[in-house]
Design a protein around this ligand. Structure first.
Ligand SMILES: [Zn+2]
Length: 211
């Protein structure tokens, strides 16, 4: 048998004897009755930005989609495999979540790669290049601000892409219908890894502010 990563086994043991033991009834109920999470959270794959850790949620509370650079592609039903759109559809149509949060983060490698690709050409890979093409409008817009450089340029692109992902959410008829009826609210958030600070997209000003 292949050797399973030891750190994962150690963590699992702590979980099984610790938080699982404490919350056994919750797990039992969730298994018996299914999940009813109130929020769909779309986050980056980045190992530093685990939504369940940042928001201290319990099992069953958060339905999470994680992909490179926390992107929502536009509604495009065709014969391709759309993992993010499929999970979004499930969350809205079946689970009937009440909130969708797109959460970006500081120092996002996907955003950095997209900036690099736009400035210096494609970065290669069979899938990444095409995926981060979704970021093109954000990167083009950000690069047009000539006063931006370094970390400020990067965070501007990170935040702009969150706004564009929310716009893309609204290209899904099921999302716009739910939003129109008041059944769902769309949110943006940005997490700074270094400081642990979260800022929230203010709908009126379009700016990210402290909650
Ligand atoms: Zn990232």
């Amino acid at each position: 048998m292949n050797k399973f990563p030891n750190d994962l086994l150690t963590g699992y043991s702590a979980f099984r004897n610790g938080s699982f033991a404490i919350e056994q009834q919750r797990y039992f109920d969730l298994a018996e009755h299914g999940q009813t999470p109130a929020t769909l959270l779309i986050a980056c794959c980045d190992s530093r930005v685990s939504p369940e850790v940042i928001f201290q949620t319990k099992p069953g509370e958060l339905f999470v989609i994680r992909n490179v650079a926390n992107l929502v592609p536009p509604h495009k039903p065709d014969n391709e495999c759309h993992s993010t759109s499929a999970a979004l559809e499930y969350a809205v149509s079946v689970l009937k979540v009440q909130n969708i949060v797109v959460m970006g983060h500081g120092g996002c490698g996907g955003i950095a790669a997209a900036i690099d690709a736009q400035l210096n050409g494609a970065i290669g890979g069979e899938f990444i290049d095409h995926w981060i093409e979704l970021l093109k409008p954000s990167i083009t817009g950000t690069l047009s601000h000539k006063d931006l450089a370094g970390a400020k340029l990067q965070s501007h692109a990170e935040k702009d892409s969150i706004i564009r992902s929310i716009e893309n959410l609204r290209t899904f008829p099921i999302v716009t219908e739910a939003e129109k009826s008041g059944a769902i609210t769309l949110h943006g958030a940005w997490f700074e890894v270094k400081s642990g600070e979260l800022s929230i997209l203010d709908r009126d000003s379009g700016k990210f502010i402290e909650p």
